[in-house]
Design a protein around this ligand. Structure first.
Ligand code: CUA
Length: 152
């Protein structure tokens, strides 16, 4: 029936949209894989085993975890270095006010909220250098809040 056809057509459209969003960054060698939000108390960041020492850690053959802290007006680490052909899960939290963790020219763009951990997994296929910026107004020096992401 026509009704069934329309249903199928609209489902194809929806799947198409999702595929576009999911794979929109493939051309850059970056693929978003997932997202969810565990929690952490900002006051406990310094003692936290993940965020006390913001860093990139190897957790598998081609798997890495990056613990990133955003605060006025810096990212820690200020240069995030990951190898090409790797899958990196970013855990990003904020020490003071709301920031964002946004990698220029990619789909990596997440709000970072004190008390919450933004999590996203990204595949890096090719070497490259990206700027990391904050897209949430966070104070007088917001526009200078920058970091770097090096895929080496
Ligand atoms: Cu941090 Cu704007």
């Amino acid at each position: 029936s026509y009704e069934k056809l329309w249903l199928i057509a609209s489902m194809v459209l929806i799947v198409g949209f999702i595929a576009t969003i999911t794979y929109g960054a493939v051309g850059l060698g970056i693929t978003m894989v997932g997202d969810d939000e565990p929690t952490i108390e900002p006051g406990e960041l310094s003692d936290d085993e993940r965020f006390g020492e913001p860093r990139v850690e190897q957790v598998g053959e081609n798997e890495y975890e990056a613990y990133v802290v955003a605060q006025t007006f810096i990212f820690q680490p200020d240069v995030i270095e990951v190898p090409a052909n790797s899958e990196v899960t970013f855990y990003v939290t904020a020490r003071d006010v709301i920031h964002s963790f946004s990698v220029v020219g990619t789909n990596v763009n997440t709000m970072v909220i004190p008390g919450e951990v933004s999590e996203m997994t990204v595949e890096f296929d090719e070497p490259g250098e990206y700027g990391v910026v904050c897209n949430e107004y966070c104070g007088s020096d917001h526009h200078n809040m920058e970091g770097q992401l090096h895929v080496i």
